[in-house]
Design a protein around this ligand. Structure first.
Ligand code: SF4
Length: 412
């Protein structure tokens, strides 16, 4: 008998704040932090002297701090960071690539991760014993990761074990999840996946156990299941706010994939109507979207792929080609700037940056670096050792499986 306590659905705060930076034009330029703090989201308070610095002053101070720190510090910039932050990054990439590269550079004692909370946790999980990770703005979370709180996932895991028996379900968590969820996967024979390798990982999972619990992004899970040919009626949605995920026992027994009800508030904005509008405007356009988009949007697009795959496809395309992209606006904007001989635009006509990524303003970077120069590690993200060990296990399984399967599944 399930013991789950029913409770009222509560949207994560990061989800409620998501639309705060949306605007009708592509005016993505940073303003002094004091002005940006007018947006109705949570901001980490930092010393007042940083709030009114303009772009030139920030540039000078960040440059001076970096010079003093030298190779002792490495700055990582996720692809969705704004231009004014990414320009300071020593390495840019998706979250996993960044964490791996930082860990490989053992002379870097300080890892400043310009991204969101779960990314800094992954960096700390993979970091060496002398490396310390800082997140410039502690309020930079991720609404998708917040949709899978540990207690709710543990309830689900217990319910599934009670109903189906032990060792019938393999947990897969997307990289965009907390270290605690990665650890849950690690200690239960499960694994982590990225949007690049999700198909390989799910394929492997079905070789281990008959069913998969996919966390925390229902869309990536559904798109991956569809890609493996799993009938959609066997990919059921687990609603954590209701008993047994709002599913019948029969539905759970018949399912192959149990999808956690979570999503990315940025990628769920991309709709089929936007794909149709882009094609109507530019009949030769290629539409490429991220697999965190809803399945109908992915089905309507020409291509889908991770951020790294989108970048590669656009960069390697012929001059004069035309792209409508369904992913975060800062990346689309950067692709357009770096490929001036191509037409590249965002599928969504409303410019809506990821509000948690966007709250890393260069003033926070300046503050963290200057504190490091002064000998203080601020905003340190530290994963507790037991959680770290189990999360690392799930990450290592992913690396092993991906290395063993190089058949090019993900050339979407
Ligand atoms: S783009 Fe989506 S998944 Fe990525 S950090 Fe923002 S909310 Fe999270």
């Amino acid at each position: 008998m399930a013991t789950k306590t029913l409770r009222t659905p509560i949207l994560p705060v990061t989800e409620l704040e998501q639309a705060e930076f949306c605007r009708p034009t592509e005016d993505l330029e940073a303003r002094p932090l004091a002005e940006e703090m007018g947006a109705h989201i949570r901001w980490q308070q930092i010393p007042t002297e940083y709030l009114h610095l303009n772009a030139r002053q920030l540039d000078e101070r960040i440059g001076a701090a970096r010079k003093q720190l030298g190779k002792r510090a490495i700055i990582l910039g996720h692809h969705y960071q704004r231009e004014e932050v990414i320009k300071y990054a020593d390495v840019t990439g998706d979250s996993f690539k960044l964490s791996q590269q930082a860990a490989a550079q053992r002379e870097a004692e300080f890892i400043v991760f310009c991204g969101v909370h779960f990314m800094a946790e992954t960096a700390d999980t993979l970091a060496g014993p002398r490396q310390q990770v800082s997140l410039p703005n502690l309020t930079a979370g991720c609404s998708m990761a917040d949709m899978a709180p540990t207690d709710d996932v543990l309830d689900c895991w217990d319910d599934l074990a009670r109903l189906l028996g032990e060792d019938q379900v393999l947990p897969i968590t997307y990289m965009n999840s907390t270290a605690a969820i990665k650890a849950l996967c690690g200690r239960n024979g499960g694994i982590v996946c990225t949007s690049s390798n999700a198909s390989q990982i799910m394929e492997w999972a079905f070789e281990q156990r008959p069913k998969v619990l996919f966390l925390p992004d229902e869309h990536l899970g559904r798109n991956t299941a569809a890609r493996l040919g799993i009938p959609m009626e066997q990919a059921v949605l687990w609603n954590p706010f209701n008993r047994l995920g709002e599913l019948t026992e029969e539905q759970i027994r018949d399912a192959k994939v149990i999808l956690w009800r979570g999503h990315c508030s940025v990628h769920t904005r991309f709709k089929v109507a936007q794909v149709e509008a882009a094609r109507e405007r530019f009949p030769n356009v290629t539409v490429m979207v991220h697999p965190e988009c809803p399945k109908e949007t992915v089905d309507a697009a020409d291509l889908n792929g991770s951020t790294e795959q989108i970048i590669k496809a656009v960069n390697e395309s012929a001059p004069g080609s035309m792209w409508a992209i369904g992913t975060e606006i800062n990346l689309v904007h950067r692709l357009a700037m770096r490929n001036p001989n191509k037409t590249i635009f965002c599928l969504d006509p409303v410019v809506c940056p990821c509000s948690t990524m966007y709250r890393t303003h260069p003033a926070y970077v300046a503050w963290v670096l200057e504190e490091l120069v002064a000998g203080n590690v601020v905003n340190r993200i530290e994963v507790e050792p037991a959680t770290k060990a189990e999360a690392k296990l799930a990450l290592q399984r992913m690396l092993d499986v991906t290395a063993a399967r190089t058949k090019g599944w993900d050339k979407a």
